[in-house]
Write a protein that binds this ligand. Structure first.
Ligand SMILES: Cc1cc2nc3c(=O)[nH]c(=O)nc-3n(C[C@H](O)[C@H](O)[C@H](O)COP(=O)(O)O)c2cc1C
Length: 240
C-alpha cells in the first residue's frame, strides 16, 4: 500500500461488513482527494473475469455535473418508484422497516447532487469472438454463450463496487450503490462524455454521512442456505 495514503483508526473487516449500511444523507464537506484515491485503490483490488480489469471509475465532483446527474436520477427514480409501488412488500421486512427503506431511498431522489462526490463505476463492452472463429462444439452452444455473457454483464464490476462500499466504511465515509439511473443511461453518459462502448453500472454518492453506520438486519443464514441438495436444511445436523 502506498505510504502516502492517510491512516484511519483501524476497524476490522467483519466490523466493516456488518455495519456498512446504505447511507444517503451527506454533509456538504468535500472529501479529500487522498481519501477518494484510497477508495479507488481498494476498488481496483477486486477480481474481474479473466483479470481483464476493463473498468473505469469516473469521479464526479463538479457541481453542475452533479446537479444534472441528480436531476436524471430523480427522473429515473420516478419510474422506479412506480415499479416498487406495484410490488408487494418483501415478507421479511416489517411495515416500519419497509417504510424506513422507502423514506431513505426517496430522500436520495432529491438529494443525489448534495453528495460532494458521485462515483460512476463503468465497464467497457467486450465483443464476443466471431462464431466462426470458435471450435464446432463451442459454436453449437454459441447462443447459450451469448445469453450467459448478457447474464453476467455486471459481474466484473460489482466486486469492485463492494470494495468501494467497505473502503468508504473503513474511512468514515458513507455511500450506497444505486442503479435507478440505468433507465436513462444515455442521458447520463451524455452529461459525462462517456463513449458509446462504455456502460455505467451505478451512481454512488460519497461523502461524510450524517446518519449512523449499521447494524444491518438480514434474513438469517439458515433461512437462505441449503446443504448439498436444494431443500436440505443448513446447518446439516446429519453431517456434523
Ligand atoms: C443492485 C442494487 C441496486 C440498488 N439500487 C438502489 C437505488 O437505485 N437507489 C437506492 O437508494 N438504493 C439502491 N440500492 C440499495 C438497496 O436499497 C440497499 O442495499 C438495501 O435496501 C439494503 O439496505 P441496507 O444495506 O442499508 O440494509 C441498490 C442495491 C443494489 C444491490
Amino acid at each position: 500500500m502506498p505510504a502516502s495514503f492517510p491512516t484511519q483508526p483501524a476497524i476490522g473487516l467483519f466490523e466493516a461488513i456488518y455495519t456498512a449500511r446504505s447511507l444517503r444523507h451527506f454533509k456538504p464537506d468535500p472529501v479529500p482527494p487522498a481519501l477518494i484515491e484510497r477508495v479507488l485503490d481498494a476498488a481496483i483490488r477486486a477480481s474481474s473475469g479473466g483479470n481483464t480489469q476493463h473498468w473505469t471509475f469516473l469521479v464526479v465532483r463538479d457541481a453542475e455535473k452533479r446537479r444534472q446527474l441528480g436531476a436524471l436520477y430523480r427522473q429515473a427514480s420516478d419510474y422506479q418508484s412506480a415499479v416498487y409501488a406495484a410490488r408487494p412488500k418483501p415478507e421479511h421486512l416489517s411495515e416500519a422497516q419497509y417504510g424506513q427503506f422507502l423514506a431513505n431511498s426517496g430522500y436520495l431522489w432529491d438529494h443525489m447532487a448534495d453528495a460532494p462526490v458521485i462515483l460512476v463505476p463503468c465497464l467497457a463492452r467486450r465483443e464476443p469472438p466471431e462464431r466462426t472463429s470458435l471450435p464446432e462444439v463451442v459454436q453449437a452452444r454459441y447462443a447459450d454463450h451469448l445469453a450467459n455473457v448478457q447474464r453476467i454483464s455486471g459481474s466484473s464490476i460489482y466486486p469492485a463496487i463492494q470494495n468501494v462500499i467497505l473502503a468508504c466504511r473503513a474511512l468514515g465515509l458513507g455511500t450506497v450503490i444505486t442503479t435507478n439511473h440505468i433507465l436513462l443511461e444515455n442521458e447520463v453518459k451524455a452529461v459525462l462524455g462517456i463513449p458509446e462502448h462504455i456502460a455505467t453500472f451505478a451512481l454512488m454518492p460519497i461523502g461524510y454521512p450524517t446518519r449512523k453506520y449499521g447494524p444491518l438486519t438480514r434474513k438469517p443464514v439458515a433461512e437462505v442456505t441449503f446443504a448439498d441438495t436444494w431443500g436440505n436444511p443448513w446447518p446439516d445436523t446429519a453431517a456434523s
